[in-house]
Design a protein around this ligand. Structure first.
Ligand code: SIN
Length: 270
């Protein structure tokens, strides 16, 4: 794909690209927005260095790609409800995204994408991994594709947030989505089940559902589908939540890692 204003450098053949030639804190031209969207569609997750994003700049960047969504599980910043803090330090008992997941897949309309900005990172560790759900689907045999294509699954976050925040009396989202979704822009098929959120395949008996989910959860961890990002202060990652899953490593305790995330509204998977 030809780019006129961006310098797009793929990191693996299947997923991930570093982007140069743009200042994300400034208003972007239509051309830059269109090329960023093209790069995201082509590479599924795009990375930027040295972008000290303000909250306003972060929100403006997200809004070029859709409405900003508020998180159904955790509160946003008091003055910026669309921005969620991602923070871990010596007092942390857990970190966000410690298991493979697609953000807020339990929502009726899961987000189209997320933009994570890190201002403080540990001297070593704290990488994030993304796995391509196009690659995961494509790697299944024709027989397995035919089997999983018509299935639907429950995505639920109640078990997660009730354990993390037992003092909060709240019912969190629980929704049914196809096991294989069609990307609304690229029209490619991708797997849409995750270890963190998917609890049951509806059309199968319980032990069958467990066996298939266990297989798919292991399958998406194949290193051949992945890109791993080493954060620096003021790095930004922008991922397409519809066709990727990600995993935040927590190998840096008791060091501090801190940043902010916005999510961009999506639509009902089909
Ligand atoms: C998340 O959005 O799941 C957190 C990712 C990260 O902290 O790297």
């Amino acid at each position: 794909m030809g780019y006129e204003v961006l310098d797009v450098r793929p990191m693996t053949k299947r997923i991930g690209a570093e982007i140069f030639g743009v200042n994300l804190n400034e208003p972007l031209t239509n051309k830059a927005v269109s090329e960023l969207h093209d790069a995201l569609m082509a590479h599924q997750v795009i990375f930027f260095r040295d972008q000290p994003l303000t909250h306003e700049g972060h929100k403006r960047l997200g809004r070029y790609f859709g409405d900003l969504a508020t998180h159904s599980g955790v509160s946003g910043l008091p003055d910026h409800p669309e921005i969620v803090a991602i923070h871990a330090d010596a007092d942390s008992k857990f970190v966000a995204g410690e298991n493979w997941h697609s953000d807020l897949s339990e929502d009726a309309e899961p987000p189209m994408g997320s933009i994570l900005y890190m201002h403080t990172v540990p001297p070593a560790g704290g990488d994030t991994l993304w796995s391509s759900m196009y690659a995961a689907y494509d790697a299944l045999s024709p027989a397995m594709k035919a089997f999983v294509d018509p299935l639907t699954a429950v995505h639920d976050s109640n078990h997660i947030y009730r354990e993390l925040f037992p003092e909060v009396e709240k019912t969190y989202p629980r929704n049914v989505h196809p096991v294989v979704r069609t990307h609304p822009v690229t029209k490619r098929k991708c797997l849409f089940v995750s270890q963190s959120k998917t609890t049951r395949i509806n059309e199968l008996a319980k032990p069958e559902s467990k066996a298939l989910l266990d297989f798919l959860f292991e399958h998406v961890k194949d290193a051949n589908f992945q890109v791993r990002f080493r954060w620096q202060p003021h790095s930004v990652a922008f991922w397409d939540n519809r066709c990727t899953q990600h995993f935040a490593t927590w190998d840096y305790f008791p060091e501090t890692r801190s940043g902010y995330r916005v999510t961009i509204a999506g639509d009902k998977p089909y």
